[in-house]
Ligand binder design. Structure first.
Ligand code: IPM
Ligand code: MG
Length: 420
């Protein structure tokens, strides 16, 4: 064995000691780093929760729905959006103006053009909805909105929130109502999708805690669940439906989906004539393709994300998302739109003029009904059924093998004339 000098021995001991101290210092540093990461994450979480608590108070303080009959003028703002949006919304506006000519003439209805809700503008100002557009939206009672492009992480576009989602939240449009009808198959579903909470409430505020750990949030409030449930059950009662199906994943997402279910059941108790049943979202997607079972569904009531997914599936039976419109209803504002996106590929391929306006026209049916013009809503629905399913003099294929958007609009107006 090596015989070390006293000096070397001392050096070794000091070196070991130094290493031990360094290791301890590293541990302390790691601990401090982790504490800092946790602190920062908690601060972000705190901010999210604070904002949501404010939202709860706002919901508690909310008044009743607007009474459109009592308004001197109902202002309808039209936003073109991106891609095929300006084409199909212009067509929908033309049909609406045709149907509401007398009310525009008398001043009861006014159409307002809202420019600037484009992806280019949104990127330029780094906001989901530019301030001037937001102001214009808030000066209207009703919005007719074309689809907007939503940047996705990794798409090369900045990470701005979806304009749809931002508008639904800013105008507190808590109910997204999506009807789907296929009469010959006995399908008549109305989907009530909660529109301001769930995975969407703070969808753009998720964050990477560390390089390896990411979190998103899903939010449920008593007020949020209660108000969508009341609207769905009210709708069922007023329209003679006898069944409301609640769709969640409360077996896994126990707290938020569990609370949603509980709150819906409390509302259900106020409607004893209506049967309530519960489904998990996965089996519901399966049952919708089960021809024997699916005709039994009537009103579906779901949290935001499941509503998003299931409404696309449901629309497919009716001819695809291009045929489906929706109403986004709040107490103060309401917005009507297609359920699909802006189809940028159609524009890129130069096929924009062949875009199908039916989704926006179906949204107009709901718009008319919402502002109290049920007769006109029924006529437009009838005309669309004739044009799309019965007579089918013109067919939209999305390319030059079919009718243009404008020709189809003319066809709908001609059909309307025969019904008026
Ligand atoms: C819809 C759309 C939007 C949503 C997108 C465009 C953000 O899919 O209206 O269903 O997820 O809500
Ligand atoms: Mg969707």
């Amino acid at each position: 064995m090596e015989n070390k000098s006293f000096k070397d021995k001392v050096t070794d001991v000091l070196s070991d000691f130094g290493k031990a101290v360094n290791a301890e210092v590293e541990k302390v540093n790691d601990f401090a780093k982790q504490e800092k990461i946790l602190f920062d994450a908690c601060e972000k979480f705190k901010k999210i929760l604070k904002d949501q608590l404010v939202r709860v108070e706002d919901m508690k303080a909310q008044g009743d729905f607007v009474d459109y009959a009592a308004l001197d003028t109902i202002r309808i703002g039209v936003c073109g959006g991106d891609g095929i949006g300006p084409i199909i919304s212009a067509e929908a506006r033309r049909v609406l103006e045709f149907m509401l000519a007398d009310l525009v003439e008398s001043g009861k209805v006014e159409f307002v053009n809202i420019e600037g809700l484009t992806i280019e503008n949104r990127i330029a100002v780094g906001k989901a909805i530019p301030d001037d557009v937001m102001e214009a939206l808030k000066s209207c009672h009703i919005i007719l909105k074309g689809p907007t492009t939503t940047p996705q992480k990794g798409s090369g576009m900045p990470n701005i929130e979806s304009a749809n989602v931002a508008m639904r939240k800013a105008l507190d449009l808590f109910a997204n109502i999506r009807p789907v009808k296929v009469p010959e198959e006995g399908i008549n579903w109305t989907i009530f999708r909660e529109n301001t909470e769930g995975g969407y409430a703070v969808g753009s505020s998720g964050f990477n805690v560390t390089e390896d750990l990411a979190v998103d949030f899903t939010i449920t409030t008593t007020q949020g669940s209660d108000r969508i449930a009341r609207l769905a059950y009210d709708y069922a009662r007023k329209n003679g439906f006898t069944r409301v199906s609640l769709v969640t994943k409360a077996n896994v997402i126990k707290t938020t989906d569990g609370n949603f279910l509980e709150d819906c059941h409390k509302v259900a108790d106020l409607y004893p004539e209506i049967t309530t049943d519960e489904w998990y979202a996965d089996i519901m997607t399966a049952k919708l393709v089960d021809q024997k079972r699916r005709r039994d569904f009537q009103v579906l009531l779901l949290p935001n994300l499941y509503g998003d997914i299931i409404s696309d599936e449901a629309a497919e039976f009716q001819g695809g998302v291009g045929t489906a419109g929706c109403a986004n209803i709040g107490k103060k504002y309401a917005m009507f739109e297609a359920i699909h996106g802006s189809a940028p590929r159609m524009i890129k391929d130069g096929r924009g003029q062949y875009a199908d306006p039916c989704s926006m026209l179906r949204a107009c049916v709901m718009l008319l009904s919402h502002i109290g013009l049920q007769d006109r809503a029924d006529k437009l629905e009838r005309a669309l059924d004739i044009c799309s399913f019965e007579e089918k003099k013109l067919v939209i294929t999305g390319r030059d093998t079919g009718a243009t958007c404008e020709d189809f609009g003319n066809y709908v107006m001609e059909t309307l004339k025969s019904l008026m």
